[in-house]
Write a protein that binds this ligand. Sequence first.
Ligand code: SAH
Length: 341
Amino acid sequence: MVMPQFPLHIELLQMIKGYWLSQCIYVAAKLGIADHLKKGSLSSIELASATQSDPESLHRVMMALASVGIFTATESQQYTLTPLAECLCSDFSHSIRNMVILLGEPEFYQTWGGLLHSVKTGKSAFEERFGMNLFEYYQQNPTAAEIFEQSMNNASALEVAAMIDAYDFSGFKTLVDVGGGYGKTLGILLQRYPHSHGILFDAPYVIDHCLPTLKEHGIVERCEVVSGSFFEFVPSGGDAYLLKYIIHDWDDERAISILKNCRQAMPAHGKLLIMERVILENHMSSFAKMSDINMLVICPGGKERTEKEFKAIIEQAGLEVTRIVSTTEEICIIESTIASN
Ligand code: SAH
């Protein structure tokens, strides 16, 4: 057990003030502070000039961030990177800069202010605030959609490496990534398996902008792109169907409809790979449980699920779970095939 460092009321106050720190980290990420400090230390006046900001206010935010170990401040008020701050650098191998930006943007950050509404009504706070669901909103707001998909690219860069360590993808000739965003997951998998091909499937407004990611991974020739809605169809022709962070966006009814469309498209030997967090049914702390609240406020009926809940919706779509593989990241691979009866 971790012993509290402070009296309990202070511990609790630190937790409720988490959103203060959250916005400070967001501002640093959005302004690209860590990228500016990569070549060496800078003062708040220099940082303010590089980011068109107010020097005094930026200095106060930098001091607050330095007080929690993100950046260090020298006596002459020059700031430098710490290992934590490196994760905010755009080109760092474990960069989470795009994710930090997404979580601090109004679509996520302000929507969390509607958690009480979600708890009272059971409905998405996002829909209450923006009058439409998250993906309808992104279709109409290209800048916000770009931030969202870049954040997904960030997450995939970390998670797909862990999935390759835990699961053998080498036997699949064609991988179909359903709701695959800009194609980061396929990019990493096809780079690792040079004899495999990919089909990237997502909404038209996303597919229209996927080329830079496919080019970055050198897979343009080996990856077909198809646009459409997974509530209507899923492309055929794959041995493996990937659903990474798709099912948790939707309520059971819509999740089953996506799974049924995958089942329809799959050949008899095909495998469906749901890549998601799985909630453990105990009282231990886990990121999946907080992520579940994120799904409640942001997504149209979204939720993280337990193993039992996953098995129930998978069975209702005519599939059966063959195994669940965990990885060193919080993401698991739930492998299913077409049910035998
Ligand atoms: N699989 C990706 C992206 C997950 S985010 C990853 O893990 O990085 C959810 C994705 O579902 C988004 O790219 C979104 O555009 C896509 N999506 C949402 N509704 C869709 C629909 N009706 N048809 C196809 N894709 C959809």
